[in-house]
Design a protein around this ligand. Structure first.
Ligand code: ADQ
Length: 746
């Protein structure tokens, strides 16, 4: 409409303007012509009456005077006639203009003084009139009187009015024709070809090659269409070659790398790209408190740590919640932005939630309900009906956003975590051909625990709309199968590890997540990396210290309070380490809208203060607490400078910090103290495993790790590094994508 008006308005303005100017000129000319005609006629009539008037005035014959003036009574248009004596006294007047008597005599003055006829305009009642006054002279040149004829001029206005009426009708007809013609021309010349091109590109983009109609080559867009088709053809050929080469390459390499994953995605997903959905966005825009400028940061999140390298390697679209006001300012009209901004590798599409949705779906149902339900930390889950409604609403919003992105054929959607139990069903309502895979990043509880959830059936039903569900470890898969078996009418196949409900099968498999090999590769380090390490050591006074490291989001599942108690107990039990041992704790505030997370932050501050106060000696204190968000590049030097890393989660799906630490110790000089209740403990069995609830055992484990002989430490670290190297994030993604591609429908 806007474009149409842009075309039409200037045209209409020119046409209407032209008509108005033309009309004004025309009416002026017509008015002038009619007026001149009238004055000429009035003069001629008055002059023709002069002789009769002379006789009447000489003879004072009032009877004839009356006969003369009443002769006008029945004439068309003429209003009447007045006969004056030489003192301007009315002697006779046509009846129908008798009101004229009331008018003054000023209009007679020119004739009175100049002895010549004179015309002027005036009004009789409400009618416009023209009066022509002719002096009547005697033979000796003396004044005998005056004869005045009066004409009605209203017909001139009527004729001008009629002219404008006709002109307006022509104008309306012309405008309608103009609008119609403009519309038609626009449609034919611009919109139709552009629409055709847009549709063609959209089908091409969605991979719907079979339904592509050849673009019409005629018209001004013909050239463009030809070029577009040529580019598309080249692209298809290039893609085909890439897929063939990729298929050959994956058969040849052993270790999973980002290149191998890229090849696999190309070989398995063909023309389509990967669509990933998560709540947390991989890159968020915030205002830098120091500079006031908008900057892009990577949030502290295991999901982001895991998925970002995959999309960096193979491209695609990541749909996530745009969580800051600044996020809105940098996206395009389709809420998309290329990321990482400094080296674009894939598309981030942001979904906007209302405050109410975010509160209910994210903070409420997801993090006060499902998160504590799935983690055995004895934190009671809270389920509220209004949070559940918001959860469903937000799932629908994400599903709608996914639907906009799906290619026409073989769509694959890879969805992350407990925030989206329902969206596979919502997507499949419209696109039953979509392959939907869910990866559950946190543990799955046993059926008894899960049955406390009031919305258990809808959640399980939603999850069984997925084609594949991945958990970190087999025991979580087993818990899920048992839950589905007990709480729903469904058939579990223990051989295939699948659940069938209403004839639809969902495969349930373990895929232990991991990290990018980046952490283990010294070649990837920045040139000043060792200066950074030295600087931190100096600033924190870590020279000659035994340094243990903790890296977490502040979350009650991470066992942070227990860790501080263990450090306290360790120093109590083994005071020889006072002044020699330091725990550097990096901690990112998380879910700060939730009361219990705020309380935890306060408790942690308090406990750290107490332990430090209790054991501090001189400038030494046992815990250095750094409460903020760090970038992955900032965390890396801390992994290098710490001989020990402590992961004391009370319950954790996997725990990527443990794997990041192991991957980063290319010098084999380090040891991991790891909670038994993490998924990582199933793979990293060479770590010093602890039960974080047992503070005695935990304290002893710290001593044990510190005093472990160098060779044993190197051997154990070597074993763990081999596991992380082999079972890296690319292998994880490769396995899921292979499984996903096997589920292709049709
Ligand atoms: P998370 O609970 O977020 O992940 P985790 O696996 O340890 O936990 O990953 C945390 C990530 O955030 C790591 O990459 C770490 O480097 C980073 N991080 C931690 N503290 C940070 C800080 N202060 N500043 C910046 N970054 C920080 C969830 C599940 C886990 C599962 C992962 C992946 O809870 O069990 O391992 O998903 O599936």
């Amino acid at each position: 409409m806007k474009h149409f008006l842009l075309f039409l308005l200037p045209l209409l303005t020119i046409v209407v303007g032209g008509f108005v100017v033309f009309g004004l000129v025309q009416t002026n000319a017509q008015e002038k012509r009619l007026t001149e005609e009238l004055t000429r006629k009035a003069k001629a009539v008055a002059e023709s009456m002069e002789l009769s008037a002379q006789q009447i005035l000489i003879n004072h014959n009032m009877i004839w005077a009356n006969v003369m003036v009443q002769g006008f009574q029945n004439r068309e248009r003429v209003q009447g006639c007045v006969l004056y004596d030489d003192h301007l006294k009315i002697l006779a007047i046509t009846d129908r203009i008798s009101d004229w008597k009331k008018k003054g005599r000023a209009h007679l003055a020119p004739s009175y003084f100049t002895e010549k006829g004179h015309g002027s305009f005036g009004e009789l009642g409400n009618s416009p009139v023209y009066s022509y006054v002719q002096p009547v002279m005697g033979e000796n040149g003396s004044y005998l009187g005056y004869i005045e004829v009066l004409y009605d001029t209203s017909y001139i206005r009527t004729m001008v009015g009629e002219f404008w009426q006709k002109t307006s009708i022509y104008l309306i007809i012309l405008s309608v024709l103009l609008v119609f013609t403009t519309l038609l021309l626009q449609r034919q010349i611009f919109f139709q070809p552009i629409r055709q091109l847009t549709r063609w590109f959209s089908l091409f983009q969605k991979g719907d090659i079979d339904t592509l109609q050849p673009i019409r080559k005629g018209g001004i867009f013909g050239q463009l269409a030809t070029e577009a088709e040529q580019v598309a053809l080249n692209l298809r050929i290039a893609r085909k070659i890439v897929i063939e080469n990729a298929t050959e390459r994956i058969a040849g390499t052993e270790l999973w790398t980002r290149e191998k994953l890229r090849d696999l995605v190309q070989a398995k997903l063909g023309e389509n790209t990967l669509i990933v959905v998560s709540n947390r966005e991989p890159y968020m825009h915030v205002t830098d408190a120091k500079t006031g400028l908008v900057k892009c940061i990577r949030p502290a999140s295991g999901v982001v740590t895991a998925i970002d390298p995959i999309l960096r390697a193979c491209g695609g679209t990541w749909i996530a919640h745009g969580s800051t006001p600044e996020d809105r300012t940098v996206v395009n009209s389709r809420d998309k932005i290329g990321v990482p901004v400094e080296d674009i590798r894939y598309i981030l599409k942001r979904v906007w939630l209302t405050e109410e949705e975010e509160e209910g779906y994210y903070f409420g149902f997801s993090n006060e309900g499902l998160w504590p339900l799935c983690h055995i930390t004895y934190q009671r889950p809270v389920f509220k009906e209004k949070d559940w409604l918001m959860y469903k609403q937000a799932n629908q919003k994400f599903a709608d956003s996914v639907l906009e992105e799906l290619p026409s054929k073989n769509p694959y959607v890879f969805i992350q975590d407990y925030h989206f139990t329902l969206i596979a069903g919502m997507i499949k309502n419209k696109r039953p051909d979509a392959v939907c895979v869910l990866f559950w990043h946190i543990p799955w509880p046993n059926s008894e625990v899960f049955s406390t959830c009031p919305y258990q059936e809808e959640i399980l039903d939603g999850m069984l709309s997925y084609d594949l569900i991945g958990f970190h470890v087999q025991s979580h898969c087993n818990n899920f199968l048992e839950t589905a078996n007990r709480l729903l009418e469904s058939r579990v196949d223990p051989e295939k590890f699948s659940v069938t409900r209403f004839g639809r099968e969902t495969i349930v498999k373990p895929f232990p997540i991991s990290v990018d090999g980046y952490f283990g590769n010294p070649d990837d380090l920045p040139a000043d990396f060792h200066d950074q390490v030295a600087k931190i050591r100096l600033e924190l006074g870590l020279a000659n210290m035994i340094v243990a490291l903790g890296v977490e989001r502040i979350d009650y599942t991470k066992g942070l309070l227990e860790r501080m108690l263990a450090v306290d107990r360790f120093l109590e039990k083994y005071p020889q380490y006072k002044g020699k041992f330091v725990l550097v704790q990096l901690a990112a505030p998380s879910r700060t809208h939730i009361k219990i997370y705020n309380e935890l932050m306060e408790q942690l501050d308090e406990r750290i203060e107490k332990v430090n106060a209790k054991h501090a000696e001189g400038s030494w204190k046992p815990i250095i607490y750094m409460k903020r968000q760090f970038s992955p590049e900032e965390i890396r030097p801390y992994y290098t400078l710490s001989q020990y890393c402590i992961v004391s989660s009370l319950h954790d799906g996997m725990n990527l910090v443990a794997k990041e630490y192991v991957a980063s110790r290319s010098d084999l000089n380090g040891m991991l103290i790891l909670s038994k209740f993490t998924g990582a403990a199933r793979e990293l069995t060479d770590a010093v495993l602890i039960n974080p609830y047992s503070i005695e055992e935990f304290a002893d484990a710290i001593k044990y790790a510190i005093e472990m002989p160098r060779d044993e430490r190197r051997r154990r670290m070597g074993n763990m590094r081999n596991i992380v190297k082999e079972f890296n994030i690319y292998r994880w993604a490769g396995n899921i994508i292979t499984e996903m591609a096997n589920l292709k429908k049709g």
